[in-house]
Design a binder for this molecule. Structure first.
Ligand code: HEM
Length: 248
């Protein structure tokens, strides 16, 4: 890679210092537009995961053998081209990277917005609308983030106080969500996820610069439709367990 250097006055105002110019992608990411792009692109990746995860979980309704087989299938992806679980780990790393960038860009953009607001904002109406949306995104994002940590302990890592069996996903889901407070937690977290997805799927077009008012209706329908599909799918799992449709 070319190592361009820039010469600029040093911080003490005496003479100049030679500093390496950061790579182009880092330079782009430093701008608000770059961060919005990163939020949108990583948001699309996370939406893809959430959709695939929900569709995969529907296999629960086909019974334990089908559901657990699906879990094994994910671990065996691209075997024998790659060793077992390697593909899954590559996808996990992509997901972790997207998640980390999404959170960092959100945090950095909020700080930039606060700094800009001190200088002046267009109109009080815009301020209230933007502030409402960003506040909703913040608290729904925090609830979803905390839920994911709980969810990983609950169904992937250790279990949360029921008899957890590694690799027995159907058994674990039925045993965990059989507890009404846990089922309620899953439902509340998924409602927060729905709100987050609705705002996110709506604003990602704006972030990518596709904000022609002609498509506003299409954007709104897409955002509402996507969020509804995910919420209905995900909320059906705790309800199915409580209703005894999915049980051990
Ligand atoms: C009621 C809804 C949900 C159910 C029943 C469910 C079920 C599961 C199960 C059974 C696993 C463990 C798979 C295994 O280790 O064999 C899992 C893993 C996971 N879930 Fe969910 N899930 C739900 C909602 C969500 C949501 C809303 C998110 C994210 C926003 C999410 C993110 C994850 C992640 C990141 C993993 C780890 C994947 C991996 O290790 O490869 N889940 N889920």
């Amino acid at each position: 890679m070319a190592t361009t250097t820039v010469t600029r006055p040093n911080t003490r105002g005496r003479g100049t210092e030679r500093r390496r110019k950061p790579p182009a992608l880092v330079e782009i990411y430093r701008s608000a537009v770059g961060k919005k792009y990163v939020m949108a692109i990583t948001g699309i990746m996370l939406m893809g995961f959430v959709f695939a995860h929900m569709v995969g979980n529907l296999k629960m309704f086909l019974g334990p053998a089908q559901f657990d087989h699906y879990g094994h299938f994910l671990r065996e992806l691209l075997v024998p081209i790659l060793p077992r679980t390697v593909t899954l780990w590559l996808m996990r790393l992509g997901l972790i990277g997207a998640f980390a960038l999404h959170i960092h860009a959100a945090y950095a953009l909020t700080r930039m917005n606060h700094a800009a607001r001190k200088v002046g904002y267009k109109s009080k109406r815009d301020y209230i609308a933007a502030n409402y949306a960003s506040r909703t995104m913040r608290w729904s994002g925090i609830i979803v983030g905390l839920f994911i940590v709980w969810h990983l302990f609950d169904l992937s890592w250790t279990g949360t106080g029921y008899h957890f069996y590694r690799g027995a996903a159907y058994h674990n889901v039925a045993a965990s969500l059989h507890r009404p407070p846990v089922a309620a937690l899953y439902i509340v977290a998924n409602l927060a996820l729905g709100l987050h997805l609705f705002h996110g799927a709506w604003s990602l077009f704006q972030s990518l610069g596709w904000s022609n008012p002609k498509f506003n209706r299409l954007r709104r329908n897409f955002a509402a439709g996507f969020a509804t599909i995910i919420v209905v799918g995900n909320v059906s799992f705790p309800i199915a367990v409580l209703a005894g449709v999915v049980s051990n």
